[in-house]
Design a protein around this ligand. Structure first.
Ligand code: ZLM
Ligand code: CA
Ligand code: ZN
Length: 397
């Protein structure tokens, strides 16, 4: 292990508590905390931890969760177990409620599993700690790969997300920062974060996602959804949605990302940025439908980093665990400025190396191209860019 030098002129902090790895949504559930084990394995084997301040994060408290979530929902999360849930809510046992259950969103997507509350408070504690490090200026870039659960609502779980660690982290940032830009490159729409900050001009939410109403989860986030419509509402125009079709490739995504994010930063002037790096936008994802490669996904991280604005980086979705780990390890290397020097061949001696056998032990397998046709035309892309420019022109107008 040669190790990696610390970045010059700025500090990167890594916030993690390995106890998140001990939790399981269920045998066949697509959300696998194992991807975090693999990510950690790559980060440590490349020696990247030597270039960062590593913190074992603490669990968030019920009081901290209640800064966004409803008290009765936090209470529910803290007591529900697979053993008592049917006694508490016999309706769940009939199986007729489906995913739209009124019982705090519990169902097939969001099951009650052993240690659920510990899992939620662990990933959330890491995001809150990371945000506080940025506020204290003890870190310039803070990373929590176990966070990024963008669908959770005030009073219910949704889409594998129970507690919205992103909302809670942004609330921390808002104590010290006047404007926070939220960017979400998960293949799904960042609806929970959007909803939480819908009516404020202090947080601008930008989500890139597959959009097909009624077909692709969660079905929200069309181009026209830009905040409240009432002219007196401060949130008007402060939400940017970038709806996409199947198969978008590195080149189109990069072009679109730059042409949306650059004007957003120049007009909004964020004092902090939160970047959700959901890796289900990669090609070959079990749930996703885009064609991005590890480098294409990472290009978004490089671009955001290049502005030099205090940055909180969180994970999110990602359902082909070995590729999630590749992406987040590569993105860690970008954030510490080591991406040019890392060997694309995976370290010879590392835990779980065999998980990467299928694509030949490289950090950069070909995930693009062949599986899905790119159904995003140049005209579609240009239409989005035009729409965003016009929208941004309406800010402070
Ligand atoms: N059924 N098991 C992304 C969140 C995506 C809603 C259709 C549940 C699944 C999926 C769950 C083992 C993020 C929907 C799906 C079956 C109603 C979604 C459990 C397979 C399984 O095998 C599975 C019994 C499960 C769930 C597939 N769910 C695929 N897509 C989405 C939620 C979260 O990446 O954005 C951030 C972390 N849910 O499409 C249904 C409509 C429930
Ligand atoms: Ca997204
Ligand atoms: Zn997702």
């Amino acid at each position: 292990q040669n190790g990696v030098a610390r970045p010059k002129g700025y500090t990167v902090s890594w916030h993690y508590n390995p106890s998140v790895e001990n939790h399981h949504f269920g045998q066949t559930h697509p959300m696998k905390p194992w991807r975090l084990t693999l990510t950690k394995s790559l980060v440590l084997s490349y020696g990247m931890h030597q270039a960062m301040d590593s913190y074992v994060s603490r669990a968030a408290t019920k009081e901290e969760l209640a800064e966004f979530h409803k008290d009765e929902y936090v209470d529910f999360l803290s007591v529900a177990t697979p053993q008592n849930i049917y006694e508490m809510y016999p309706e769940l046992a009939t199986g007729t409620l489906g995913y739209s259950s009124h019982i705090f969103g519990v169902g097939d997507d969001c099951p009650i599993f052993d240690g659920l509350f510990e899992f939620c408070s662990t990933y959330t504690g890491a995001s809150i700690d990371a945000a506080r490090k940025l506020c204290a200026k003890q870190s310039d870039i803070a990373i929590n790969w176990s966070g990024g659960l963008h669908h959770a609502k005030k009073g219910e779980a949704s889409g594998f997300c129970y507690v919205n660690d992103i909302v809670l982290a942004i609330l921390q940032l808002l104590r010290y920062h006047s404007r926070v830009l939220y960017i979400d490159i998960d293949v799904h729409h960042g609806d929970g974060v959007e909803q939480a900050f819908w009516s404020t001009d202090r947080v601008m939410c930008v989500s890139f996602h597959k959009y097909d109403k009624e077909v692709f989860f969660p079905g929200t986030g069309p181009l026209e959804s830009t905040g409240p419509i009432h002219p007196d509402n401060p949130g008007k125009n402060y939400t940017i949605n970038v709806p996409l079709n199947d198969g978008i490739d590195d080149e189109s995504y990069d072009y679109l990302f730059r042409n949306v994010i650059d004007p957003a930063i120049k007009i909004f002037h964020p004092t902090a940025i939160v970047l959700q790096c959901g890796a289900d936008s990669l090609g070959h994802d079990r749930l996703g439908c885009f064609n991005l490669n590890i480098r294409g996904h990472g290009a978004c991280v490089s671009f955001v980093k290049s502005y030099g604005i205090p940055l909180l980086v969180v994970g999110g979705g990602g359902y082909t665990p070995r590729n999630v780990a590749r992406a987040w390890a590569h993105e860690t290397s970008i954030l510490i400025g080591a991406d040019r020097t890392l060997d694309p061949a995976l370290p010879e001696h590392m835990p779980h190396r065999d998980a990467f056998r299928k694509e030949g032990f490289t950090l950069f397998p070909n995930l693009g191209g062949w599986r899905r046709e790119n159904l995003n035309s140049r005209a579609d892309i240009e239409k989005i860019i035009r729409h965003v420019r016009e929208q941004l022109a309406g800010i402070r107008g």
